[in-house]
Design a protein around this ligand. Structure first.
Ligand SMILES: NC(=O)c1ccc[n+]([C@@H]2O[C@H](COP(=O)([O-])OP(=O)(O)OC[C@H]3O[C@@H](n4cnc5c(N)ncnc54)[C@H](O)[C@@H]3O)[C@@H](O)[C@H]2O)c1
Length: 460
């Protein structure tokens, strides 16, 4: 295979033969603006392939489309591809109108052929846990095998899925090289973690700095050039491993701090102190403190999952990430603490859980999104049902919980009928005052009633 081919990016002749890694700890920043990157964009728009069009892939696809590039989406889910091809988005952060406005510059397909014509291909497939809570890289493997069948010289391939350090180099690279092409010589290979926070409007793909680490310095430069098209700032680190661990550090930082306030919430429950008042007061410190909120437990595809990726990698090196695992343990137990809180609240008014009508408000894992992955509400429902409670829910974003055989109930009827109403995920628009007025007993796991005292109100 020849080395020193054109990258095809932005029409610039970028040679691939540089295999020199960036100096350890080396880091560079580049900004979007009136620089050669923007100039290249004007000369020749790129064709970007996105593998996996979910919470991460679709916003990226739209960002590149909005920036004037052609986007080729590839997803194994037929129904999702059909919806997207009709211009219908199922991701809250991407309104259908925005997707439809891209017109022919965005295509979605279950056929990977179109990826062959792309300048860059970004892999955004799931990285869940297997049964023993070990990393499940099967989606990355599947995507890599498919890509190996269509990859072309000069392309830039970037893995975005959250994973443990070494995945890009040791797992993805050999699979892609089954194509006969060599990473760093015939095609660029890099890792760049996605930092999107679904439902968030203040930090977007554009204004959230993008971390990039390449197999070689040229790989990192090439990936940085791609992201420079849609991100105001790209931060280069010395290797894919550094970039992979950066993402895990960010998520584990959150997981550990959430565990800390959740543990404190369990303690303040015994001490008779209001945890929300304490968090609010601590947050007045202008330095050295960062606010984290307690709640019903961690959910989503990232925080409950990612620490296990690091723990797995650490075990391979005879190292136990005790701190990280302890945080996971505390957070996983939090829904059970919530169930006990419900039990005690009912007990106070002389009712058993058995046979009581309990209405959960919000079942997705966070306000404003419909995502149910690892949602603590599901654990709460399971445990309450084990105690023979009659559980229902209201969630405007989740019309059905098919596995539980439940549908979202209309608030006006369901609230007064319930023996206990529990706020698990307060979506925007939920009228908390009205809930408190009409509930026989209201339990608030999110602190949305902070500062309010009422005989029918119990707060985490
Ligand atoms: N959701 C988030 O908030 C978030 C934030 C940062 C990082 N991440 C990470 O990004 C990755 C993707 O997460 P997501 O939330 O977008 O997942 P998702 O489930 O919303 O989307 C993944 C998509 O990939 C498709 N897919 C699966 N296997 C495929 C294959 N072999 N080829 C092509 N498509 C395939 C699925 O059909 C699905 O549409 C994960 O590693 C996750 O940890 C997620």
């Amino acid at each position: 295979m020849s080395s020193g081919v054109e990258s095809g990016l932005g029409g610039r002749q970028q040679l691939l033969h540089s295999q020199e890694p960036r100096a350890p700890g080396g880091r560079s920043r580049r900004s979007r603006g009136p620089d050669p990157v923007s100039a290249a964009r004007t000369l020749r728009p790129m064709r970007i392939g996105i593998v996996g069009l979910g919470y991460v892939g679709l916003p990226l696809a739209v960002a590149f489309g909005d920036a004037g590039h052609a986007v080729v989406g590839y997803d194994t889910s037929g129904p999702r591809v059909e919806r997207l091809s009709r211009g219908e988005s199922d991701i809250e952060d991407v309104p259908s109108e925005r997707l439809a406005a891209l017109g022919d510059s965005f295509t979605a397909s279950t056929d990977a052929e179109g990826l062959a014509r792309c300048d860059a291909v970004l892999i955004c497939v799931p990285t869940p846990l297997a049964n023993e809570r070990e990393p499940d890289l099967s989606y990355i493997t599947g995507a890599a095998r498919t890509l190996a069948g269509v990859i072309r010289e000069g392309q830039t391939v970037v893995l975005e899925s959250t994973t443990y350090p070494g995945t890009t180099r040791d797992h993805l690279r050999p699979l892609l090289e089954e194509s006969g092409l060599r990473a760093g010589a015939d095609f660029h290979l890099a890792y760049s973690p996605e930092r999107i926070d679904p439902g968030r409007a203040d930090h977007t793909v554009a204004n959230t700095p993008k971390v990039v680490g390449g197999i070689t310095a040229a790989c990192a430069d090439s990936a940085a050039e791609v992201y420079g098209e849609i991100c105001d700032e790209v931060v280069q680190v010395s290797s894919p491993e550094a970039a992979e661990l950066t993402k895990l550090l960010e998520n584990i930082f959150r997981s550990v701090n959430i565990a800390l306030v959740n543990e404190l919430a369990q303690l303040t429950d015994r001490l008779g102190i209001d945890i929300w008042e304490v968090v609010d007061a601590a947050a007045t410190k202008p330095f050295g403190f960062m606010r984290f909120e307690p709640g019903p437990g961690m959910g989503g595809h990232c925080l409950p999952v990612d620490p296990f990726y690091l723990a797995f990698k650490a075990r391979e090196h005879d190292f136990y990430t005790e701190f990280v695992e302890l945080a996971g343990k505390i957070n996983q137990a939090q829904p059970l603490f919530c169930v006990r809180k419900i039990e005690r609240a009912l007990n106070e008014v002389g009712k058993p859980v058995n046979g009581s009508k309990i209405l959960l408000i919000g079942v997705s894992y966070k306000p404003g999104v419909a995502d149910l992955r690892e949602a603590p509400s599901l654990k709460i429902i399971r445990h309450l049902r084990e105690l023979e409670a009659d559980v229902g829910y209201h969630d405007p974003l989740v019309p059905e919980l098919a596995e539980q055989g439940l549908s979202s109930q209309p608030l006006p009827e369901a609230v007064p009928e319930a023996d206990l109403v529990a706020i698990v995920t307060p979506h925007p628009g939920i009228d908390v005052d009205d809930l408190l007025r009409r509930s026989q007993l209201l339990v608030d796991f999110r602190g949305v009633t902070r500062g309010v005292e009422a005989p029918n109100l119990v707060r985490l």
